[in-house]
Design a protein around this ligand. Sequence first.
Ligand code: FEO
Length: 394
Amino acid sequence: MEAIKIADGIYSVGVRDWNIRDFHGYSTDLGTTYNSFLIVDEKTVLIDTVKEGFADQLFDNIAQVVDPRQIDLVVSNHTEMDHTGSLARVLHRIGEDKPIYCSKMGHKNLAKHFRQKWNYRPVANGEELKIGKRTLTFLETRMIHWPDSMFTYLKEDKILFSSDGFGQHYAGPARFDDQIGDAIMQHAKKYFANILMLYSAHIQKLLDNVMGLGLEFKMICPDHGVIWRQDPTKIIEAYVRWCRQEPQQKAVVLYDTMWHSTEKMAEAVTAGLNQEGVVAKPFHVRKSHRSEIMTEVLEAGAVVVGSPTLNNQLFPSLADILTYMKGLKPLNKIGAAFGSYGWSGEAVKMINKELEAMKFDIIDAGLKVQYVPDKDALQSCFELGRKVARAVKG
Ligand code: FEO
């Protein structure tokens, strides 16, 4: 990725990681980018670095604008290694004594991570730094999505460097939202659902606070994916909506199956949901990635889970997705369980326990069918789908 001028004296100098397909367990079918930004003023500033292994590309990009040794200071908005993996090499190149501006938690985390006595300059929320004719304002944004996270706002240009916030795992020809259009929203939504959903209430409050400052955003530059320049309010409004997790008339049916019995049940439950006008799709959890499933769960009004009983337990793939889902703390969901079994049939009870732990509203005791579901059993599954749908519709 070459250096791109995004405004006068401001450049995007990050890199594309075209072939990453698994980002710590998140499926990145289109790869991702590690964005980094260069501001050339009286002081030359680098905002965030890139993942380890991409430092040479970063240096090449910076060198298209200035000699990297001219960088006066680094801003580290976030400690996670996709943005700091090249920090040691950057400092080695520009001078180990160059200051690193970061949040107070960023200071703690960077020090623990790198075990180096670098020239840290921890900043307070709202603190400003004059870099010439421009001013950087540091905004603490704890838990979007690490305790160290902060945004940096460039006052005169009205540009927000938002770290992981508003990001998308997308590597492609587009560098700006207007070059890709609405297609980017699905990637932004997937990012929110899998990285930020658990902090929804907190993010909502932070957004209110940041918006309350009356800042204007001409451009929002996240550390992943495209820059929002056409209509930055579009992604902010989407975040406000996603944070609320208002349920739509939509349900997600998750299942695994050994000999197709639980699958038949899943299809009948889905038919019942659809019959009542609730949009539903069955997901075989070994055939859909958990991060895709969570993207569907974000706006669903119900999650219905089916599992066979294997060795007196839940099927392992369901335990996987339910553990992942529990960590992301989805809100406002109705839940129900079903499954086929041979002789013990513990799975339905176990699913209910997991759904209860997520504070889902369990509207049925669950449906267990021994061996292969017959016509009557499938009718019961259909009725379960209808019952869930009616609850979703309120
Ligand atoms: Fe893109 Fe939390 O790192």
